[in-house]
Design a protein around this ligand. Sequence first.
Ligand code: FES
Length: 308
Amino acid sequence: MTDIEFKNTRYTIAGEETVLDTLLRHKVAIPYGCRAGACQACILQSDASQIPDDCQPGLNPQQIRQGYFLACRCVPDQDMQLHEVDITSQKIPATVSEKFLLDNHTLRLRLNCRIRWVAGQYVTVWIGDIARCYSIASVARLDPFIEFHIRVYPHGAMSSLLYNQTHPGDTLQLQGPLGSFVYHHDKPDQKLLLIGAGTGIAPLIGIARDAIEHGHAATIRLLAGSENNECYEEKHLQRIQNSASQFSYHTERTDNIETVLNSHYPSLRGQRIYICGGEDFVRRCKKTCFMLGASPRDIITEEFINFA
Ligand code: FES
């Protein structure tokens, strides 16, 4: 039996339960968001010797030295003494500068914020105790704002707050940036294929513009999947295509993307592939690209997190 101690109370871990699940089962108030190790909302601290492997992904060396870990990833293998972490200092205020509906259910939000980011990374957005991750669509060297493309769900805790109750001039809190889904400058002559579904094209647009800005010489092709083959960023993609000869794009129904890959790309050998979308979409496209000859080390993926 493994116990954790938090705020002078002991709790017993049930089976393969995580620290977060145990605390939530006992109705302990603790911040969390993705429950998948991405948003860093659930950071706690413990003695470094008590922390199991694989529960400090994305934390910086100083946080690791201090014994920080992600409660949603931590299945203890020995008793642990837990301490709360005040993440207030990690949150950075951002002012909403623009809010615009790109189509019936996709919101573009622009914020002014003193964050250094690389296009394609994501941040955790906080409103009160609600935390959600959004990829950054803008490019730091080109845009004086952070831009998110947010799918609005009628019952989405964060998206409906952003859609209904957030206005230009309001302040949100951001944590990050996080992740390594970014353009790599090491091979400017390597063809890039960017594959996205829905708002999964947001970080890909950032990556494409970043690559163009860095003078990427080889072709950059973006496959934009959507439910009805109506891409919410078609005009923007057209502008990029008109201004950068190495860039082109193709819109397609999401469920047809694999067919397009198989029929238009006899070989992906030597190409670098970026894929972003839901878990199943990413898994299927990754497999197809591998079957078409792409090297696993050249397939870079980012999955949406299901916050349901
Ligand atoms: S809830 Fe643990 S990292 Fe998001």
